[in-house]
Design a protein around this ligand. Sequence first.
Ligand code: SAM
Length: 280
Amino acid sequence: MLSYRHSFHAGNHADVLKHTVQSLIIEALKEKEKPFLYLDTHAGAGRYQLSGEHAERTGEYLEGIARIWQQDDLPAELEPYMNAVRHFNRGEQLRYYPGSPLIARELLREQDSLQLTELHPSDYPLLRQEFQKDSRARVARADGYQQLKAKLPPVSRRGLILIDPPYEIKTDYQAVVSGIQEGHKRFATGVYALWYPVVLRQQIKRMLRDLEETGIRNILQIELAVRPDSDQRGMTASGMIVINPPWKLEAQMNNLLPWLHSKLVPAGTGHTLVHQIVPE
Ligand code: SAM
């Protein structure tokens, strides 16, 4: 069952948080000359047209990227992310939104490499086409969780692994934990960044408990909520779990999240959170 299409959600508040964290991790990895691998297990289509039928139908980007696109007091922590978004939008108008693989493509260097997997029969060809001319990238129509066994450790022994499933099947909440466990067994020093939606808080609590029980150390949780938790349908918050976060990330997010929250949630509801759930 692959009914999820990211084109309905591209550029929403959850993407802003996810891609900001992704960009800051990539910038931190670039502080060393040595190459690294960017592995994106659930890569999506890559590029999203915000005036397209899907994005227009939900209008989610209007409460996400559109709220910060024209701000002139952007905190420094947003710069790498916003520069990548600007690259796809020459001029004033916000027309396209780059998904995680295109943000990585913008920020990675010549010596780095990308490994991208996507299963959807419509999104995979779009992704492959985006990367046709990029010799740093390998794009496969394959199961993202399998990559955590097959592609780790990278030859460079440095890497960021982004795990961003749609959670359209409940087993994703367990699959992400066992996937991380498999990856970590093979590559304990990698940076793992897992995105999660808060639809039912209990699901996230259980997922975090399962993750803590793996014994993996050095886990940071970052969350931005646009509404209070609820048992009604719909996502009220989203977050990133980062294993082996760059040392500056916690301070960067503490600095940035109040600003981001004030712009994305002008009504002031919801909350932000940066919390080391397991120490080093
Ligand atoms: N990471 C993308 C971004 O930030 O731009 C968005 C990814 S979207 C949330 C999740 C994607 O995972 C969908 O495009 C879906 O088709 C794909 N997908 C679902 N199950 C998968 C699997 N087992 N392996 C690889 N991709 C999968």
